[in-house]
Design a protein around this ligand. Structure first.
Ligand SMILES: [Zn+2]
Ligand SMILES: [Zn+2]
Length: 335
């Protein structure tokens, strides 16, 4: 007998609760049992009793927070039974280790995608759509205005600027987990083989990515370099460091930021970004709609972001759709 997904997946203040398994997916607060899609802070919270995730995500959690009391890793496609639920993971293409959580119970399948994107990314496994009855999606860039150009083209703009202004350090604001390593890997793929300089806050996760098999080429700490040595170099820092006194040590820095939000010119301008690069680890509007099609799900639940537009688009396409109004999710590409 099949039962409706609403009858076994609850929206609780802590997050999505899978009742017949007794666990949460990406809970916003510490809980006894959690399945975690990826290592970003708004999905991986500290203090859970037991955590199930990919091996890479568990390493990232241990590096950023602390190892949970009990951790179980699951490879993509490997199945595990928790209570009365079969759980498996499928790549989400968002950051290293990111996974969609596939939940099967009483003849129905719910897929919780966490954050995801469809553009190819050299630092993580690509998104694999899973046919399901309910697809739970983010909507960070869930408005038709958000279309991300190919990341390679944006990296090309950075390299052209470096060529045009060879005396200026190019200071690029990047989110520490995922965006940083993707920008580096894309630069390497474009043939840029000089050292790339890092703010101290980015070094740990870059080292972990390399340890987990993602080559990033020569990286050096920006700290302690003579000003003249950084002329014409690429320096990466967290978005928050773009405007602070840290950047004053650089020779005539040209401020760059890599984020899906750079599509919004006003946002770039407010932050003093001279060269906005539209590089995002989240699906854009086209990818959100395409993914809805690819999963074939008759029902869409939207967790966070611009829920209204995506719910409306799903209804227009003959699906059932609802916004889950989840608390505790931030935009991890926000500055
Ligand atoms: Zn994320
Ligand atoms: Zn997120």
């Amino acid at each position: 007998m099949t039962v409706s997904p609403e009858s076994w997946v609850d929206v609780r203040p802590e997050g999505l609760y899978v009742r017949p398994g007794g666990f949460y997916v990406d809970p916003a607060r510490a809980v006894d049992r959690a399945v975690v899609t990826h290592g970003h802070a708004d999905h991986a919270r500290p203090g859970h009793g037991a955590v199930l995730a990919t091996a890479q995500t568990l390493r990232i959690i241990a590096a950023r927070l602390a190892a949970p009391a009990s951790a179980q890793s699951l490879a993509h496609g490997e199945r595990v039974r928790i209570g009365d639920v079969t759980v498996w993971l499928s790549p989400a293409g968002h950051v290293l280790g990111s996974a969609q959580v596939v939940l099967e119970h009483a003849g129905t399948r719910v897929v919780v995608s966490g954050d995801y994107k469809r553009q190819e990314d050299p630092t993580c496994a690509g998104f694999e759509p899973v046919a399901c009855d309910v697809f739970v999606t983010e909507a960070t860039f869930g408005l038709p205005v958000f279309r991300h150009p190919p990341a390679e083209a944006e990296i090309g703009r950075l390299l052209r600027s470096l060529h045009l202004f060879p005396e200026r350090a190019h200071l690029v604001g990047v989110y520490a987990l995922g965006k940083c390593q993707r920008v580096i890997a894309l630069l390497r793929r474009a043939g840029y083989d000089r050292p790339i300089y890092l703010h101290g806050a980015l070094q740990g996760l870059c080292a972990l990515y390399e340890e987990l098999g993602v080559p990033l080429g020569p990286l050096l700490p920006a700290m302690g370099m003579a000003k003249a040595d950084l002329e014409g170099q690429i320096v990466l820092c967290p978005p928050s460091a773009l405007a602070d006194r840290w950047s004053r040590r650089l020779p005539d820095p040209l401020i760059v930021a890599a984020s899906g939000w750079m599509r919004v010119r006003q946002r770039a301008k407010q932050r003093g970004v001279e060269l906005p690069l539209v590089i995002s680890d989240h699906a854009d509007w086209t990818e959100l709609l395409q993914t809805m099609e690819d999963t074939g799900a008759p029902e869409i639940w939207v967790t966070h972001g611009r829920e209204e537009a995506l719910v409306f688009a799903a209804l227009q396409r003959g699906r059932k759709a609802r916004a889950l109004a989840m608390v505790g999710r931030e935009e991890d590409e926000a500055e």
